[in-house]
Design a binder for this molecule. Structure first.
Ligand code: XLS
Ligand code: CA
Ligand code: CA
Length: 437
């Protein structure tokens, strides 16, 4: 480490639940084994470059408050290179092994595309060197196709072909960067891919264009031999009135309609799930059932605010549901838990970056332990299994195997008394969950 940008912050260690040290983990113990894997292997925690390094904590009513003494606020490549040192010190001190970035988080957008590409390439060289030095890995890269005014009316769904081409160019450079850094994945989040009003929108054409762009990216990925996983990240709205990738089900339908399902998995974010009117558990279950749950953006929203607040995931109940789903699918392969989360505007000191991530990691450690305990307990799982037992034999098994016909089912129903159904036992099951909290 060349310089200490966080001189007062120690390397965060596990001290156990009794500790009162705010710069220690109380539950996240990287090497502790749960269900045969260490905690760090289960979670694959990732830090978001855009929040840790670039989020100045502005809100719709006022500018940023974040203190970033290392940042001269200029668009220079030098400033961008310096941030890399700061970020890797942060990763080292928190013990977070992965990270994620947009092209424009790590390097500035300059006057021309070619200057921006050069700047990105320079920063990527430094990121590669730091990864080499520290063993940290890139969970996924992405291109920012939503901030610049050229994308105000969409990127892949812009009505203007030159904007589509610009987006394609940025995706190409961002995939190149991700490939060079050995990235495990690449995410597409369609921040402006939607509409503000249908009165000026040809939805059919826009969807076809978006699919075309994704196919071009798949072709390019195969051409250069990039083996990372492609993800789509659903979000229903904000900034647009409606985003085409509105939730997991809409994304899966889009991927299926345009023959892209084999090439993409989903990156599910908790705050986007709730904005879509679903629980995180719902979105994860939809994705996992389709074999398409790839990665997770770990955060939460606020019921009282109702927009994308990207708060740190401190809700242990939700984290338990998340980890039950992750354990249930046998763990992450390419994905991980990426903290797409920011501090509150009032938490403006560098130390708050640490409190925030420590809290998220500890809350996930508890979620994992509770999920593992529920699985060992087995009562909930057994209840669900028994609830569907009538499909294991007889007429139910015929339905599942495809042997049943509508006439056969009709004859069965005619021969039976009125079905008497048992209780769904929701409250009893919730009591079992609470026994473990
Ligand atoms: C914004 C999204 C974005 C994606 C990556 O709401 O969460 O940050 O994760 O572009
Ligand atoms: Ca996200
Ligand atoms: Ca978000």
């Amino acid at each position: 480490m060349t310089e200490a940008f966080f001189p007062d912050i120690p390397k965060i260690q596990y001290e156990g639940p009794q500790s009162r040290n705010p710069f220690a983990f109380k539950h996240y113990n990287a090497d502790e084994v749960v269900e045969g894997k260490t905690m760090s292997e289960h979670f694959r925690f990732s830090a978001a470059y855009w929040h840790v390094m670039r989020n100045e904590l502005g809100d719709p009513f006022g500018p940023g408050t974040a203190l970033m003494p290392w940042d001269d606020r200029s668009d220079s490549v030098e400033n961008a290179l310096n941030r890399v040192d700061v970020f890797f010190e942060f990763l080292e001190k928190t013990g977070i092994d992965y990270y994620a970035f947009h092209d424009r988080d790590v390097a500035p957008e300059l006057g021309t595309l070619s200057k921006s590409n050069d700047a990105l390439a320079q920063v990527v060289d430094k990121l590669a060197a730091k990864q080499q030095e520290t063993g940290k890995q890139l969970l996924w890269g992405t291109a920012c196709l939503f901030a610049h005014p050229r994308y105000a009316q969409g990127a892949g769904t812009s009505p203007y072909a030159d904007v589509f081409a610009y987006a394609a160019a940025q995706i190409k450079a961002a995939i190149d960067a991700t490939h060079k850094l050995g990235g495990l994945g690449y995410t597409f989040w369609g921040g402006r891919e939607g509409y503000a009003t249908l009165w000026n929108t040809d939805m059919k054409r826009e969807l076809e264009h978006l699919a075309k762009l994704l196919h071009l990216a798949v072709d390019y990925k195969q051409k250069i031999g990039f083996e990372g996983q492609f993800y789509i990240e659903p979000k229903p709205r904000e900034p647009s009135t409606h985003q085409y990738d509105s939730d997991a089900a809409a994304c899966l339908n889009f991927l299926r309609e345009f023959d892209l399902l084999d090439h993409f998995k989903l990156n599910i974010e908790a705050n986007h799930a709730t904005l879509a009117g679903h629980s995180m558990y719902h979105e994860l279950t939809v994705s996992a059932a389709a074999g398409a749950l790839g990665s997770i953006d770990a955060n939460r929203g606020d019921e009282l605010i109702g927009w994308d607040t990207d708060q740190f995931p401190t809700d242990i109940y939700t984290n338990t549901e998340v980890m039950l789903t992750v354990l249930g699918m046998g763990g992450f392969t390419t994905g991980g838990l990426n903290f797409d989360a920011k501090r509150r505007r009032e938490s403006h000191e560098p130390a708050d970056l640490f409190h925030a991530h420590i809290g998220g990691m500890d809350a996930f450690a508890r979620g994992l332990k509770i999920a593992a305990a529920l699985r060992a307990d087995g009562r909930v799982e057994e209840f669900v299994k028994q609830r569907y037992a009538s499909f294991d034999s007889g007429i139910g098994a015929d339905v599942e195997s495809g042997a049943a016909t509508l006439e056969g089912l009709s004859n069965h129903a005619l021969s039976q008394p009125e079905p008497v159904i048992p209780s769904g036992r929701q409250e009893m099951l919730e009591n079992i969950i609470n026994e473990h909290l």
